[in-house]
Structures are given as structure tokens and as C-alpha cells.
Design a protein around this ligand. Structure first.
Ligand SMILES: [Zn+2]
Ligand SMILES: [Zn+2]
Length: 68
């Protein structure tokens, strides 16, 4: 658990935020943080976030080559 302090619009002040249990498979790279004061979820963009799951689903290797 790594807490970090961010400004919360709902609390109108700086609150400690914590990483919620991630249901999307981000693991330690989950960009979501929960305000411990009001429970509002925010997205942090302090690191490059790559939606690898989406990319994996859409990518089709050798899609243009159809060997009969
Ligand atoms: Zn996540
Ligand atoms: Zn808050």
C-alpha cells in the first residue's frame, strides 16, 4: 500500500489517496487512486499508462496475409 497525497476536489483540500483493489488487471500499474476522505476515485497520469489489454485484444497478427 503506497499512500500519496493529492488535492481532492470533493474534499476541497489535500487528502491521502490510496490505491484501490484493481479489478481491471492493472496490478501495481493501476492508474486509479481513491480519496480516503470521500472515496472519490481519480486517475493519475504521472506515468505512461499503456492499455495493453485493449491492444492485445484488437491486434491480429498476419491479418492481411491469408494463406489459402
Ligand atoms: Zn486498475
Ligand atoms: Zn475526497
Amino acid at each position: 500500500m503506497s499512500d500519496r497525497e493529492l488535492y481532492c476536489d470533493t474534499c476541497e483540500g489535500v487528502q491521502p489517496f490510496e490505491m484501490p483493489p484493481c479489478a481491471d488487471g492493472h496490478g501495481a500499474d493501476c492508474p486509479e487512486l481513491l480519496c480516503t476522505g470521500c472515496g472519490t476515485a481519480v486517475l493519475i497520469a504521472t506515468f505512461a499508462f499503456q492499455p495493453t489489454r485493449l491492444a492485445d485484444r484488437r491486434r491480429r497478427p498476419s491479418a492481411g496475409r491469408h494463406a489459402a
